[in-house]
Design a protein around this ligand. Structure first.
Ligand SMILES: [Zn+2]
Length: 306
């Protein structure tokens, strides 16, 4: 089991030597996702030793440059390195029209297909699903249409209780039935309820990404009980007015959403370059929500250990 998030860019607005703007790599049980793709993302992927040809789906939250100006460069490099695997890119309506001409005017033909998918910026939508993982998008409250994303594991199978099955001669189909909460009948004719032979399943983990947004309690219902919430906290409490006028959040806003949504852990990012250290952010967060951290470039969040 593997569910981890590598923060490639934890800063707001512009690249600095301490923080690059928004991008994250998510490995969820062998599914390789990129969320946002700011300027410099391909360099960050190299720096943190992530094989970017593995990435199969890219989710772009909105069309402020600090969330997608790295996309053309990354696609171009994927092409130069001979990618042949299809790539799906989710984003606002206009994303395809912005990106495609930039690739086409260069005259080179891409060696792989890019499948653009328009996000519904107004309601919650399941945008990706397979047998063990699903991804949802949902609207946030920002200056332009913006989506958050929830990546979550599907409910896991029940665990077989090794002590209780010792005395029975179970076949593969019995195991499968029990794991999927179905009763079984042995060859001898004996019947067993699945509850007699199983233990509760492992918890299904989930990761919520909410950047950029002002504080919006409406978001909580989309991310309820997430294992980890990454929420923007561009500003400290003393700069609340600036947060309001730019439709961004403060530490207090992010921590209050973490409480309202009953998440287990909060990581804040999209930090303004006006702040030189994390200390004040961390202090303000922990006064409201103790299980908080401030993101830094290169940080790896292991959801299996939260
Ligand atoms: Zn923005």
């Amino acid at each position: 089991m593997n569910f981890s998030v590598t923060i490639l860019g934890s800063g707001a607005a512009l690249p600095t030597k301490n923080r690059m703007p928004s991008a994250q790599y998510v490995n969820c049980n062998g599914r390789h996702f990129l969320i946002d793709c700011a300027e410099g993302t391909q360099i960050q992927l190299r720096k943190y030793k992530i094989n970017f040809q593995k990435i199969s789906h890219i989710f772009i939250s909105h069309l402020h440059g600090d969330h997608y100006f790295g996309l053309v460069g990354l696609l171009s490099t994927m092409n130069l390195l001979g990618r042949d695997k299809e790539l799906t890119v989710y984003g606002p309506n206009e994303l395809e029209a912005l990106i495609k001409p930039m690739l086409q005017f260069g005259g080179s033909r891409l060696s792989f297909n890019i499948h653009f998918v328009k996000l519904d910026m107004n309601g919650e939508t399941t945008i990706y699903e397979d047998e063990i993982v699903e991804v949802h998008s949902f609207p946030m409250a920002h200056k332009i249409p913006t989506c958050g994303f929830l990546i979550k594991e599907k409910p896991k199978p029940l665990k077989i209780d090794p002590h209780k099955i010792k005395e029975y001669d179970l076949k593969i189909e019995h195991f499968k039935a029990l794991q999927n909460a179905r009763d079984i009948i042995l060859e001898s004719g004996e019947k067993y309820k699945y509850q007699e032979l199983t233990l509760p399943p492992q918890k299904a983990l989930s990761y919520a990404y909410c950047s950029d947004t002002k504080k919006s309690l409406a978001i909580s219902k989309n991310i309820t009980r997430a294992t980890v919430l990454y929420h923007e906290a561009t500003f400290l409490i003393k700069d609340q007015k600036r947060a309001n006028s730019t439709t961004h959040s403060t530490t207090k806003d992010a921590a209050e959403i973490a409480i309202d949504a009953k998440v287990e852990k909060l990581v804040v990012g999209h930090i303004s370059s006006r702040y030189k250290t994390n200390e004040e952010h961390l202090k303000e967060l922990k006064e409201i929500f103790s299980n908080s951290e401030v993101a830094e470039d290169g940080m790896c969040i292991d959801l299996t250990k939260v």
